[in-house]
Design a protein around this ligand. Sequence first.
Ligand code: URP
Ligand code: ZN
Ligand code: ZN
Length: 509
Amino acid sequence: MTPRPYACVDPACTDAAHGHPRPPSVAAVATSAKASLAHGSPVLIRGGRVITATDDYVADVLMRDGVIDAIGQHIAVGPDVAVVDASGLYVLPGGVDTHVHMENVIGPTITCDTFASGTKAAAFGGTTTVVDFALQTAVDSPLGAIERARRSADPQVNVDYSLHVIVTRVDDQVLQDVRHAMRHEGVTSFKMFMAYPGVMMADDAAIFRMLRQVGSEGGMVALHAENGTVIDLLIKEALAAGHTSPRYHALTRPAIMEGEATHRGIRLAELAEAPIYFVHVSSNQALKHIVAARDEGIPVFAETCPHYLLFDDSVYNNDDFATAKYVMTPPLRKPDDQQHLWRALRYDDLQVIATDHCPFCMKEGHLGYQLQKMRGQDDFSLIPNGAPGIETRLVSLFDIGVMRGKLSLNRFVELTSTTPAKLFGLFPRKGTIAVGSDADVVLFNPAASQTIRASELHSNCDYTLLEGRTLQGRVEKVFLRGQLIVDGQQWHGREGLGRFVPRGEVRAF
Ligand code: URP
Ligand code: ZN
Ligand code: ZN
């Protein structure tokens, strides 16, 4: 039996019991064909179904000077205001994706989306704010990392953005810089790795020091939780046994080592009396510790990613190199893990769905990118970890979550926009539709469907995990601070139109 969606998503439905009022008949409204949507004039979105994390109603939304100016019934406007008829469409807050990797240098290679291409893909997918990473290298400080990332991103970004700093080395100076970044640079979250020894991994004491410092200042440490040293040993043993194909990536990163690191991270956060956020949670081994900690009242937060909900480890049942497209960390898990992820998403043990968009091309040299997935042709441990997904996040979750009755519409918005904005200090500027919030608005058509093809997406990546899959729902129009940037397949945005958004304290409690 197909489960019935929590909220009715049929735009033609007239059953009042389904909880969505029909648009009132619109009277006495002046509109103008003169006001141009593409040129920054105020815009009235007329008669769409406004969905936030808590509300669901039909209204007009007036956007002016970059923010939402008014929400109401039958808003009358003059000829200077462009009017968009949104009947039958959802009016959603722009997506907030707090885990993306553009131009990230990882080992000897780089992710194949620039800030320009990756944020354009984000926009077409209905995401208007991303949080990327600034990597502290062996030689520079968190402040140097922020400066370097901003120098590259600021002129290129097509949507608004911020940065988490990846902290790989902790000493007194680093902690001072972290405080400065939080107080003066608008960077209030920091990512640390319990995996990748010798490259990114931080030891427990370093993580604990950061948790104490960042937590006491109202920020958030995000943890990549896997037991790096044990995994490294398993990798060496697999290679020594002649196991070189991509599927051994998954076999050497067992869920129990994600669980172990998650438990350790929780205990470190508990001791530090700090909130903690786990990125890319993939397994019930990790989840069960998160659930237990939340039940104990420890402020533990976590995200999962669409690929863990869309695919399972059956993709690794072969030795083909094509499997390298599923080489991401943590790897895909069992169908049983997926069921636990869905349960956790429903009951708020997982609060965010972010993409971990970390694209590497399958074809060496595509758009000039070198040392991409083919680097690991003869050794799975050299395959750069990660997969694309930024453009398909909302539509894939709408299809497999909302349409299949696993997520209500409000929960869909909460997981993809509102809570990520709250947890990372962007709310209420981002993450909702409210008077005074940035006018980042997506018009979403629940009745349309689309077949996903990498050739039609806007990432530089040469593949999508969803190739050929038909999904229900389509992003029709996207406004960034009131400016139309996406209109169907038409691009009206501009590199540099996106802005760096200084962030505030975590709002999670
Ligand atoms: O495979 C992944 N997730 N690559 C990106 C780096 C990370 O660990 O988030
Ligand atoms: Zn990670
Ligand atoms: Zn990542």
